[in-house]
Design a protein around this ligand. Sequence first.
Ligand code: SIN
Length: 477
Amino acid sequence: MQTQSLVGGKWIGADDGSTLAVTNPATDELVASVPCGGAAETGRAIDAAWGAFKPWAARTAADRANLLHKLSSLMQRDTDRLAKLMTLEQGKPLAEAKGEIGYATSFLDWSAEEAKRLNGEILPASAPDKRILVLRQPVGVTAIITPWNFPAAMITRKLGPALAAGCTVVIKPAEETPLSALAIGELACEAGFPDGVINIVTGKPAEIGGAIFEDPRVRKLSFTGSTSVGRMLMASASKNLLRLSLELGGHAPFIVFDDADLDGAVAAALACKFRNAGQTCICANRFYIQAGVYEEFAAKFATAIGGLRVGDGFEEGVHVGPLINDDAVTKVESHIDDARAHGGKLLTGGKRVKVDGRADRFFAPTLVGEMSSDMLISREETFGPVAPLARFDSEQEVIELANASEYGLAAYFFTRDGARTMRVAEALEYGIIGANDGGPSTAQAPFGGVKHSGFGREGGKYAMDEYTELKYVSWKL
Ligand code: SIN
């Protein structure tokens, strides 16, 4: 297990020797201690990234692509080890953690191929003796700040396109899950990335962020996390006019029309809501079911939820692991209490689950009926395993309900009507739409939100725009 920060190709501790404890959310046991770095360590990481930037950008695209593919294949080789590490520090079931490693490597491979297609253009000029060239160049040193819910994939989704474009990076992983990041760093060294191209600093968020915002050599920040932190980062980024990609919170509506394939919708709802114990930015947070199928959907969904097993992520057959910390459990409880106080009906779950010898952080997958717009859960992200259901009558009504949110990350709907599919997809004010699909995430698609869910897109060719600048050359012959 790698437990040091990576700066300029060297593994280092914090200057003052201080450390940050990484604990297993399922047991509260200490997993490891990592450096509690701050401004000084981040400054040296930026020095290293700055020093490595020009030589890295000058390499051929094929050369950068080969290294990205190499990192991907090393991660695939070590899937079991990386997945165990992830379950240890994050809690998600081992099978899900393995799936995340595959998802994480898909971003490296896709970006590697995009590196080779990063074309410029020659435009028709307005004078016979002129030529207009448009060059695409890397933005420069890039800061990457990632969350704890997907400790590997949220790094590679940014790292892949940044490196493919020719940027060098300073990564600050979440305090809860630095070990996955450091393991990826170690494999990057094995793959042969030059020193300074990838730097990873673990430690104090405010100090690390401060050093990033104060240093004019950093030209870009890519962040995934909460909307409240995103707002603060955006304010701080104004000092050096840092380019930003912000993938922030969500509050996804999940709509089931009465002509939908109900069994398909239930299966999608189960996967979409309860993956990672509901701790996913794009997971469904509020369900709108057309009145004619409400009772049937609720009954089928409750039965399916009853088949989910809660437990330690290392146990065979477990579907739902622990929540990340005590605050997360408290928030889930407060949403359920508030829903019940406002007339919500508990259909299944609703309480903590005792798992022998484990921390009190396991929560039963929960279904609440009769959601109304005065409930907290109808407007706030729960980030936990709770599905609230509301009835609706018409298409127009449900589009208005779905769009009545400050968030705009993902939305889902289920129908067999082709024309409605297009109408509703166009009308929903969200960056990602799952039409009869509860799992839209994939490496080639543009992932990102609108409104208070942020801006910028990750994935596919679209991600390359986030890490490149256009330069216009007006050439007089
Ligand atoms: C997220 O929670 O933002 C990541 C979800 C995904 O990539 O599917």
